[in-house]
Design a protein around this ligand. Structure first.
Ligand SMILES: NC(=O)c1ccc[n+]([C@@H]2O[C@H](COP(=O)([O-])OP(=O)(O)OC[C@H]3O[C@@H](n4cnc5c(N)ncnc54)[C@H](O)[C@@H]3O)[C@@H](O)[C@H]2O)c1
Length: 342
């Protein structure tokens, strides 16, 4: 299969290497010539995946038209704030791709200005004839582990599973097991909102709280994410799956997670500016916290934990005040209102 992967960052490169290892003809595109030149010249992407040897024969280019020409599968692995721009460029080039080209977004996030998830952004950009061929890969997956060939399971969501199956087969490897689901919205809400909860767990650990707090935050965070997803039309069972609790566990329990680390340093008293300088890049959870906060307001879902993270990041709430406020909330039933017996 001829495959173009847009975005030669950590995730795009790891997936491109996996696909190449599966025997596909794979070309990575990036706007930035640094990783492209490095992959072409050395077969590595030292900036994003240091010490990893990528699959031999993986190609890279800064010419999007060359990457898309003849592609049967296009994987979108760019950051969520630029998804619309990159999708518009690809849409203009679509007549040069294979007639039955399938798209797969592996990006997690919500566009802050429009509060659209990535599938809504793609449906906004591409013609309706493409809608069945839009697919979304998500789940608990650190790029560095996938690039190293370590066992991983993910979910591929699509409204039409015929096309999701094509993507499932393309990605399937002995160490990489993709499942399928029709619940695109559920998969996307889980993939975005878990970053906000990871900041909360990191923050708690940075303040010296231990495993009891982690478990409470992950569980209550999952409850908030599920309520948000259900309000957006998702299947509640999705949040018990790989893109829900699976990704939440991964992101909240590992120092590999940038979002966890942002929270940890905040809990240690560092400012967001100094943390971002230290990490060298913006953790997505910081942007996701705003989007999730606004989306929850829009659909009328109460998300006290995510709201506290938003106020910590954007309104100067101190970690100690946040903990005090959460602890002082009115006592309530554990289940959402609609499940409480009358
Ligand atoms: N890194 C992971 O472990 C991982 C795992 C699962 C999902 N994801 C998701 O994949 C997406 C990408 O994450 P990542 O970690 O690979 O990001 P990254 O920052 O490592 O890489 C993003 C790449 O996109 C490129 N890019 C292409 N067009 C661009 C443009 N117009 N403007 C700016 N950059 C442009 C950048 O140059 C960069 O190489 C995110 O939504 C993330 O949540 C990441």
């Amino acid at each position: 299969m001829k495959i173009a992967v847009a975005g030669a960052g950590s995730w795009g490169t790891a997936l491109a290497s996996l696909l190449r290892g599966n025997g596909h003809d794979v070309i990575l595109w990036d706007i930035d010539p640094v990783p492209v030149t490095q992959i072409e010249e050395t077969g590595n992407n030292a900036r994003y995946l240091p010490d990893i040897d990528l699959s031999p024969g993986l190609r890279a280019t800064t010419d999007l038209a060359a990457a898309v020409a003849g592609a049967e599968l296009i994987v979108l692995a760019v950051p969520s704030p630029v998804m619309r721009t990159v999708a518009e460029q690809i849409n203009a080039l679509l007549p040069t791709a294979a007639a039955d080209v399938v798209l797969c977004s592996v990006t997690k996030g919500i566009e802050v200005d429009t509060l659209m998830t990535m599938h809504q952004v793609l449906e906004d950009v591409f013609p309706t004839s493409m809608y069945p061929r839009l697919t979304y890969l998500s789940g608990p997956s650190f790029a560095v582990e996938v690039a190293a060939g370590l066992p991983t399971a993910v979910t591929i969501a699509a409204k039409d599973l015929r096309y999701a199956r094509i993507v499932q087969l393309a990605f399937h490897a002995p160490f990489f097991r993709p499942y399928l689901t029709e619940d695109v919205m559920g998969v996307e809400i889980g993939g975005c909102a878990k970053n906000v909860v990871a900041i909360a767990v990191g923050l708690a650990n940075g303040m010296g709280f231990e495993r009891n707090a982690d478990a409470a935050l992950i569980t209550r965070g999952l409850s908030e994410i599920t309520q948000l997803g259900v309000a957006k039309g998702a299947n509640p069972l999705t949040f018990g799956g790989l893109s829900g609790v699976g990704d939440l566990i991964l992101t909240c329990t590992s120092e590999k997670s940038r979002n966890y680390r942002v929270g940890y340093f905040l809990g240690q008293g560092l400012s967001l500016e100094s943390i971002q300088r230290r990490l060298g890049q913006t953790a997505e959870g910081v942007v996701n916290a705003k989007a999730v906060h606004l989306l929850a307001q829009q659909v009328g879902v109460e998300m006290p934990l995510c709201n506290a993270v938003y106020r910590l990041l954007y309104e100067g709430l101190s970690p100690h005040k946040a903990v005090q406020e959460l602890a002082a909330r009115e006592l309530r039933h554990e289940l959402p209102d609609r499940f409480i017996p009358a």
